[in-house]
Unconditional design. Structure first.
Length: 515
């Protein structure tokens, strides 16, 4: 009976995962980002950059298939010498990151600006009202305040550099996790992470989306050390402490980012049902290890909670906080994302109960208006909005770059770089196209990779399922909210890379030779 439940639950997880993944892959392939030429959706057009990108990709594919010696040479560079090549590649990407931020570090508006402004102005009614309504941003503000207090620097360039450090730390943790699980995949992981970092301009946005991912990558790495690491127990106990700190920080930075940790708990429970030959001594050691993990996690949550709730930096009114139902309500409106009318009502209504009742009524109203089939259609559209965009909704927020014109005339290196990322930049469509190709590749590697019931892969799959379902139920509507789940996606893509490449080779190269 235990075996039946074990295999049934694993099969169900995989079935749901691949159903959602196929949908995501389809949405990514049909994204408006892949339109070449005039794009009516954005009112912009790709340029010669995209044309060259496509021609070079086709040229490389043709010469690999047509000229054996060139194929052998490329195999020597990217496979036989893969470790050296991949390391050179990621070092170049890190240099490009620094150059990008050095030349492009604008002031950012919206919530990011609200946090940055509060580093110097805490007494205004507007600032107090914002943090009273959205206490979820208090933790990142307090962390940034500590950094400013220590380094005496609060420029946008400074915080963008810190954001680079945090994003790259996330990548490093992911790579170590892959190495611990199976070092055969490390080179593929470096290639994948290099491509991702190369097309990730969010490093100029010092906000919870980017600041939370090193904590997510951190607790995933700690779990790998605890569960799969071949090291002394003292290091594993140290990892339990870091797990607790990372998980608590992730939760108070962005609550939904703990979904992969919930997946860890569920899969651990499921795998208890699997027959085990572990000796009694090892079982006792493992029980003690996980008891330590639970203890450190509880202590960490208590410490971070105390740090946030007892802060004296900004005076806030907890009675003005926005209820969770508000975000579910917004998730049912428009494209499933931010709704300014609902947000305005949260500010107008005086009591928390009134805000809860308003959200309840709007949820009922919107579900009633949609009907059953209308709601299913809405969810499919929202899923596309949540997961399809490989640029992670870059500039979909609108004019979030404050104090600068979004129309860029290319005259020098700085304006050239800005033209790829500013709202009306000449090459913004080229950036979206290339970023979308990278996203499609990452998804394709997962889709064409292994399907076995390996514990950590099941954790990653369930984490992605949980992330997608969460965004379907709450405020979403844009793939920016997928950034918090990128560590899970990137690690799974890395662990799927070798099998996926073999399958691609069998499908395209060997079949083309037969033809």
């Amino acid at each position: 009976m235990k075996n039946f439940i074990f295999y049934l639950t694993n099969f169900t997880i995989k079935l749901l995962f691949y159903f959602l993944l196929i949908l995501t892959f389809y949405f990514a392939l049909t994204s408006v980002n892949l339109i070449v030429g005039d794009n009516k959706y954005f009112g912009m057009s790709t340029t010669i950059v995209t044309t060259i990108f496509i021609l070079v990709a086709l040229f490389i594919a043709v010469i690999i298939l047509s000229f054996k010696k060139i194929g052998i040479f490329l195999k020597y560079i990217f496979w036989d010498k893969r470790l050296v090549t991949s390391l050179i590649m990621i070092i170049l990407v890190l240099v490009l990151q620094l150059l990008f931020v050095y030349y492009v570090h604008p002031a950012i508006g919206f919530d990011v600006g609200a946090i940055h402004n509060a580093l110097s102005e805490t007494q205004s009614a507007e600032t107090k009202a914002y943090y009273s309504m959205y206490p979820n941003n208090m933790y990142i503000l307090l962390l940034q305040h500590l950094i400013v207090t220590h380094f005496h620097n609060q420029t946008w360039l400074f915080f963008d550099m810190i954001t680079i450090l945090l994003v790259d730390l996330s990548a490093l943790c992911n790579l170590i996790s892959v190495y611990l699980l199976n070092k055969r995949y490390i080179v593929g992981a470096i290639y994948i992470h290099s491509l991702w970092l190369l097309t990730f301009p969010m490093i100029i946005i010092p906000y919870t989306d980017t600041w939370v991912i090193p904590f997510v990558s951190g607790y995933l790495l700690c779990f790998c050390i605890i569960e799969f690491g071949k090291c002394k127990n003292i290091y594993k106990y140290f990892a339990t402490a870091l797990f607790g700190i990372s998980l608590a920080s992730a939760y108070y930075m962005k609550p939904s980012s703990v979904i992969p940790a919930i997946a860890i708990v569920i899969i651990q429970i499921i795998f208890i049902l699997k027959p085990s030959n572990m000796i009694l001594k090892n079982k006792i050691q493992k029980i003690l290890l996980y008891f330590s993990l639970i203890l450190f996690t509880l202590l960490s949550f208590g410490a971070v909670r105390n740090f946030v709730q007892k802060q004296k930096y900004i005076e806030v009114d907890p009675n003005r906080s926005v209820p969770v139902l508000h975000f579910m309500n917004m998730g049912l409106s428009g494209d499933g994302g931010y709704n300014p009318k609902d947000a305005l009502m949260m500010g107008k209504l005086r009591t928390k109960q009134e805000r809860i009742e308003y959200s309840k009524e709007k949820i009922k109203e919107r579900l009633r208006d949609k009907g059953f089939f209308g709601y299913i259609k809405f969810l499919l559209k929202k899923d596309s909005n949540d997961t399809s965009d490989g640029s992670f909704s870059w500039q979909k927020e609108g004019h979030f770059v404050a104090k600068e014109k979004q129309t860029v005339k290319v005259t020098d290196l700085t304006s050239t770089i800005k033209s790829f990322v500013y709202l009306y930049g000449e090459h913004i469509s080229d950036f979206r196209f290339i970023a979308q190709i990278v996203w499609v590749v990452i998804l394709a590697l997962i889709l064409l990779g292994d399907t076995e019931n390996i514990k950590f892969k099941q954790i990653l799959r369930l984490g992605i399922i949980g992330g997608i379902i969460y965004l379907l139920l709450f405020e979403g509507g844009r793939s920016r909210y997928m950034i918090q789940f990128l560590p899970v996606i990137l690690i799974l893509s890395s662990l799927s890379s070798i099998k996926a490449l073999k399958n691609i080779k069998n499908i395209f190269i060997e079949n083309s030779i037969k033809i």
